[in-house]
Design a protein. Structure first.
Length: 192
């Protein structure tokens, strides 16, 4: 046997190796946490933008085709519009006459206006439309609790409605907003 032949590691070598291993482990952990946070932000932002887009797609066509805003039954957090009358096949009748009154508002799962909630609802002639609230495939639009705002121009007999939607935010991604200004293209041509 040779004298001075080493077996194993010295304490210094063990400490240096452990330190390097911990440094590498910390780097991997930091990278993993950063990647997870980025993925969560991206996913949440995508869901927010999707909800805002769905809200716009569902509400704006009704506003654009409305005969007028029912100002007596509208406010900053809800709107009621009078739609043109349609025949049994769903075609608009000519000349244009008053049809259904359609309202948009936020409510809870009951759909009753005045109940605090964040689900976008539509009611036709005062009856909440479950199929609108649940959407295609059961995907309803959920906004922030005060995430629906209407402004009217001019105030007395509006021909333009600005609708603003606000998504739900969290500690990772703040709320997102989407605003559409809509001209009521059928206003003032009833009976023509």
């Amino acid at each position: 046997m040779r004298r001075g032949a080493r077996r194993g590691l010295t304490l210094v070598e063990l400490l240096v190796g452990t330190g390097i291993g911990m440094f590498v482990f910390y780097g991997v952990l930091t990278f993993t946490n950063t990647a997870t946070l980025a993925w969560t932000r991206t996913t949440t932002l995508s869901a927010q933008k999707s909800a805002l887009g769905q809200a716009t797609i569902r509400v704006v066509p009704y506003l654009r085709n409305a005969l007028r805003v029912d100002a007596a039954h509208s406010g900053p957090d809800h709107i009621t519009v009078v739609m043109p009358a349609t025949d049994v096949s769903g075609m608009v009748q000519a000349p244009l006459t008053d049809g259904a009154s359609v309202s948009f508002y936020l409510s809870d799962s009951s759909g009753i206006y005045g109940n605090q909630g964040s689900i976008l609802w539509m009611s036709a002639n005062g009856v909440p439309q479950q199929d609108f609230a649940s959407g295609a495939g059961g995907n309803g639009v959920t906004l922030a609790t005060a995430g629906l705002l209407f402004t009217y121009s001019p105030v007395s007999a509006p021909n333009t409605v600005t609708v603003s939607f606000t998504s739900i935010g969290n500690s990772i991604v703040p709320q997102s907003h989407e605003t559409s200004q809509v001209f009521l293209r059928n206003q003032g041509i009833e009976g023509n």
